[in-house]
Design a protein around this ligand. Sequence first.
Ligand code: ASP
Length: 347
Amino acid sequence: MVQKSVLIIYTGGTIGMVNDPETGALCPFNFEQIAKAVPEIKEFSFRIDSYTLPEIIDSSDVQPAMWAELCEIIYRNYDKYCGFVILHGTDTMAYSASALSFMLNNLDKPVVFTGSQLPIGTIRTDGRENLIAALEIAAAEMGGRAVVPEVCILFGARLFRGNRTTKADAESFSAFQSFNYPALAEIGIHIDYNYGAIDYTPRVEPLQIETGMDTNIAILKLFPGIRMELIDAIIHTPGLRGLILETYGAGNAPTNDCFLKKIEEAAALGIVVYNVTQCGGGAVEMGRYETSRRMINCGVTSGYDITTEAAACKLMYLLNKYKDVDDVKKYLNLPIKGEITSNRIGS
Ligand code: ASP
């Protein structure tokens, strides 16, 4: 019988950081000290291998090239492992998990991102529990099938769908939230899976990766007093193809003609304008208020209940895949990897 095994891919982040002796600042260190700090992982009944990226980073330095590298590692090793754990900094973990959810097609094994708020070498670290639970989830099978065949984030006591997750707290051990989608599992004495929330649609085709991202996008958070020159400068950025407007509440924006003209101008330039709410929870409902209804006429596409992190990754992914604006808009309006809630669509 082939022995079950999990691959840990170490990218950096606080979990493996140590204090620089000269500056005192936290910097990424090597994987060996993580393995040493959690000797319990040797007690799992499955094999654990590890792979460290050539350059380990603070996740604030993450670039789409690293997402492509992660996908290629998973693709090359897919048949050898029953699941993957990606150790990653928390700052951009929600972006990376969102990106991989779009880049990996027909995924039927767990890809579990985790990390920690305190380095693994510190006494009160949250890294030990996070790593152990992530490994257990990456190896969990039921009737020959992975229990969580999705890209997800394990942090604190919960497992979330990666593209529904946001880093909501810079200090708490429960740093992540998934405001618009239930947790896939609660971690307590037992790992309590929420089977109804996990995506079990049959994956008929083999794993396939699409690693291109068009980074010609911008995210503009609205605020009272925003200057039209700023919007103007953004929409005239050479090569810009997508603009995420982080709007108020249920997708509302100023109704003044100057603002709406700028949005119309962006659409006329072939820029996909994508409406995502600044709120953590709830959804954009274009047309509910006059302030959002007018944006429909300017050609703005609703983000429904998507997070900004998932919106940015979905937009970069679709802009790379489709050259035609209508195709991009069509797929923005559909859930590709469970990133928006079906019954919100059309609202
Ligand atoms: N700055 C760190 C990072 O994202 C924070 C963390 O890992 O918690 O790499």
